[in-house]
Structures are given as structure tokens and as C-alpha cells.
Ligand binder design. Structure first.
Ligand code: NDP
Length: 450
């Protein structure tokens, strides 16, 4: 027996940390987990979960607009932000209790407070030192704030989850996941929304057709997108804020939100004492088994700044617990990770973009369709759906699938399985569709490839 209090001390009870702690404990390890805020980390408290609830809330605008086309009559619907916040907070609190119960059931010691690493085998929480054979850093990340004059006046996605009053108008700076998701939410809830993007397209890294199609759809709905825009400063004005742009023009808004990326929470943990190596973005560098340059310290999830997605952090937590304490260690396969952006209409994608496929393979075929979803035959809405498939000509293997349109995320989860199984275009072609659905378009993509 060692003189350790724990086999594994996890710092950070977000998605990855909680899963690693539970899995390690279920394998028989003695585990503690420390959290300075609320259980569940970004996903539960200021990310995936409350964001999706906000998305549902905002979608009612389009549903109300569509309803008369299906015979409904109604009075002018009203919306109350505090009621939504109360309901959202209730659900988040329910999830805190669920997380706590799951940890307790697995026998994990839950400590509330800021943890600091004192040496290779000691972690301090609330002035008490705990000895542990290994330490896992799963502290996630936080929104980047801009380095401009007036930066103290802007908010980030974190603040939106506790906002007391909706502004009349908002400028959202950035063109990634969070910017387009919040643009959809706020526009849907009646806020005049402007997105300031520094390039000529939103959603860097996604397929170009998806980027253009989504931007056009957002603009058609009434969201303003300003491309090639650089903000120089933000100032307080009588009613809200004034943004000064690099081209000399100004913008006014009731609120200014920055969504320009997230940075790892690697500071203030005492890691310097152990010479834990960080990269130039302050992410903890780890090897294939999530071990840092300090032998007893491991890291998973957003603090390693690799694939910043909740399910990836969870998979890493499982893999690490299995490597250290389990019987069936399997590394995470980072290929074919599906992803969705819960903008409106939503985007989902798995595999290579057309540009990536062209760079990697000699010959590829592109199959594409744009159609009006059946619901919009009567809804009066002119929103269309885009589906795009990238296929390697020689092998017929499907390399990438990209979609903008309702239920994109729900569809892409299943297609990611097919792609991981090596599905060819012929397999898609021989699959019978489900009628009437939008998904059946994926198995009837017969148009001659471009
Ligand atoms: P992203 O990395 O997705 O996008 C950042 C955006 O900000 C880009 O458009 C980027 O432009 C722009 N940008 C960066 N620096 C500046 C600057 N100084 N001034 C103006 N614009 C700037 O970050 P997000 O904050 O949107 O999200 C962080 C991560 O969180 C995502 O990448 C994703 O991994 C995860 N996430 C996942 C979600 C999901 O799964 N649905 C939802 C929300 C977040 P450029 O492209 O030119 O660099």
C-alpha cells in the first residue's frame, strides 16, 4: 500500500473530468475530484446544454410564423426572457444534482474549491493537502477577450447565460461556432443582431459551400453580417455602446459580445512548479496517453486545446481511465468526428471538406443538392436545405458529408457511423430511403457529380 489518499485526483468537474473520475472509480481506483464552480463545467453551465435550451426557445419565432400556413390562428405571441432564464436555471440545477449523484454512486470524493498542485503527488484544496499518485487536469477553457480599447465593456458567451435583460440590439464579434449560434438565438428572441466577421466568410475550417449557404440564410432571416471587419475600440454611449471600426465607420449596439475563440484554463494551478510543458496557446502538452511532461500529471479536454468538443473530452476521459485502471484500453480515434453548429438553420458535418479532399486525393466527386423542405411548402418560409457529399472516385468511399438544414445534427450522427464503417457511395445508393423525410435525399443523390 502507498501512503496516497487517492490514486487519482481530478481537477475540474466538467464533462471530461467527471467521466474520467467515474470511470476510474468504477475500475476500483480511489478518486477525488475538485471543482471551484459548479459541477458539469462549460457544457452544463455555460455551453452546450443551456445554449441548446436557448436555441429551442428562439426557434418558436419561425414556428409561430409558419403556423398560419397550417391553419392555425393565434394572437401575437409574447416572449419573457426572465421566464426562460428561470426554466433554464432549474434544468441546470437538476443536472448538477445528477452529476453529484453519479459521482457519489461511483464512490468519488467531491471537493468544492479551487485546487492547486503543490508537488508531483500533492494537491491542495481549501488549505488542505491531499496526496495522490496521479493528478488529472481537466479544467477546460474560457472565452478569449479582445485586446482593444474598451475591452472591459464587452461580454462573452459566459455572460449571456446570466444576462438579466435582453438588449434591443447586439453586435457579435467573431464568425465561429459561438458567434453564429448566438446570432441565431438572439435574432430569434427579437434582438436586432449584427455579426462582425474579420474575414470574407464565416465558419473558417468548414466546407465553403456550407459557409456561403449559412451566411445567405442568416442574412435572409434579417441578421446583418459585416465581413472583413476589424473593431478598433468600444465606448459607452447614452443607450448602449459605440464600436469604432478600422475603416473609420461606427456601429451602435445595446450590447457587444465577443466570440473569438476559447483559451485553455492552465494558469493558477501550480503547474509551473512541476515544469508541466505548455504550448504557445497555454495548452497542456500531452502524449498519446494524455500524460504531460510531468510523469504523474495528465490532462484531457479543452485544457489540451485539441478538439474542443464535449464528446471528445468524454471519450478522452474514458480512454485515460481505461489506460490507467481498466482492462480494455482503447485509444480515442480522432478520425471522422462529427460536429454540429446549432445555428439556424443548423449545420452538421463529418469528414473532409471539398478543399481538404482535393488536397489529399487525386480525383474526387462532389454530389450536392439544394431543396425546399416539405414543411416549407405550406409554412411560407423560404428556407432551403443544402446537402453535400464528397466521394473519392477510385474507391467510391465517402470522404465527407456536409449539411445545412433542419435536423442536420440528428442525421449526421448516424452517417458518421456509416462513414467510420467505410461506407461507399454505392452503399448509400443501395439504401432504401425513409419517405417522406429530408434524410432520404442522402440516399438519392444521383445528380451527376461536378
Ligand atoms: P471559433 O474558433 O469557432 O471561432 C472564433 C472566431 O473568431 C473565428 O471566426 C475567428 O476568425 C474569429 N476571431 C479570432 N480572433 C479574432 C479577433 N481578434 N478579432 C475578431 N475575430 C477573431 O471560436 P468560438 O469562440 O466560436 O468557439 C470556441 C470553440 O468552442 C469552438 O471552436 C468549438 O470547438 C467549441 N464549441 C462547440 C460548439 C458545438 O459543438 N456546437 C458550440 C460552441 C463552441 P478566423 O476564423 O479568421 O480565425
Amino acid at each position: 500500500m502507498t501512503n496516497y489518499d487517492y490514486d487519482l485526483f481530478v481537477i475540474g468537474a466538467g464533462s471530461g473530468g467527471v467521466r474520467a473520475a467515474r470511470m476510474a472509480a468504477d475500475c476500483g481506483a480511489r478518486v477525488a475530484i475538485a471543482e471551484q464552480r459548479s459541477l458539469g463545467g462549460t457544457c452544463i453551465n455555460a455551453g452546450c446544454v443551456p445554449k441548446k435550451l436557448f436555441v429551442y426557445a428562439s426557434q418558436f419565432r419561425a414556428d409561430f410564423a409558419a403556423a398560419p400556413g397550417f391553419g392555425w390562428t393565434m394572437d401575437q405571441p409574447g416572449f419573457d426572457w426572465p421566464s426562460l432564464m428561470t426554466a433554464k436555471n432549474r434544468e441546470v440545477e437538476r443536472l448538477h444534482a445528477v452529476y453529484n449523484k453519479l459521482l457519489q454512486t461511483s464512490g468519488v470524493t467531491v471537493l468544492s474549491g479551487k485546487a492547486k498542485v503543490l508537488d508531483a503527488h500533492t494537491v491542495e484544496v481549501n488549505g488542505k493537502a491531499y496526496r495522490s499518485e496521479r493528478t488529472l487536469i481537466a479544467t477546460g477553457g474560457r472565452p478569449v477577450t479582445p485586446d482593444i480599447r474598451g475591452k472591459e465593456l464587452v461580454v462573452t458567451s459566459n455572460d449571456l447565460f446570466s444576462l438579466e435583460k435582453l438588449p434591443d440590439s447586439i453586435v457579435i464579434v467573431g464568425g465561429g461556432y459561438i458567434a453564429v449560434e448566438f446570432a441565431g438565438i438572439l435574432h430569434g428572441l427579437g434582438v436586432k443582431t449584427t455579426v462582425c466577421n474579420r474575414d470574407d466568410k464565416i465558419l473558417n475550417g468548414f466546407d465553403d459551400d456550407i459557409r456561403d449557404f449559412l451566411a445567405e440564410a442568416m442574412v435572409r432571416q434579417g441578421i446583418t453580417i459585416l465581413f472583413n471587419t476589424e473593431i478598433k475600440s468600444v465606448e459607452k454611449a447614452d443607450a448602449g455602446y459605440v464600436l469604432r471600426l478600422a475603416d473609420g465607420s461606427t456601429l451602435q449596439a445595446g450590447l457587444v459580445m465577443y466570440a473569438i475563440g476559447r483559451t485553455p484554463n492552465s494558469g493558477g494551478l501550480g503547474l509551473e512548479a512541476l515544469d508541466v510543458e505548455l504550448d504557445e496557446h497555454h495548452a497542456i502538452k500531452v502524449n498519446e496517453q494524455y500524460q504531460s511532461s510531468a510523469q504523474s500529471v495528465y490532462a484531457i479536454g479543452d485544457v489540451t486545446d485539441r478538439v474542443k468538443l464535449t464528446p471528445v473530452a468524454i471519450a478522452e476521459g474514458v480512454a485515460l481511465a481505461q489506460v490507467l485502471y481498466g482492462k480494455s484500453a482503447k485509444p480515442v480515434d480522432y478520425d471522422h468526428i462529427p460536429t454540429a453548429i446549432f445555428c439556424q438553420p443548423p449545420v452538421s458535418t463529418v469528414g473532409l471538406t471539398e478543399a481538404q479532399a482535393r488536397a489529399e486525393f487525386k480525383e474526387i466527386d462532389i454530389y450536392k443538392t439544394v431543396f425546399k423542405p416539405m414543411k416549407n411548402a405550406l409554412s411560407g418560409l423560404d428556407e432551403k436545405t443544402l446537402m453535400k457529399m464528397v466521394v473519392e472516385r477510385n474507391t467510391d468511399r465517402v470522404l465527407g458529408m456536409h449539411m445545412v438544414g433542419e435536423d442536420a445534427a440528428e442525421m449526421m450522427q448516424g452517417f458518421a457511423v456509416a462513414m467510420r464503417a467505410g461506407a461507399t457511395k454505392a452503399v448509400f445508393d443501395s439504401t432504401i430511403g425513409i419517405h417522406p423525410s429530408a434524410a432520404e435525399e442522402w440516399v438519392t443523390l444521383r445528380a451527376s457529380p461536378s
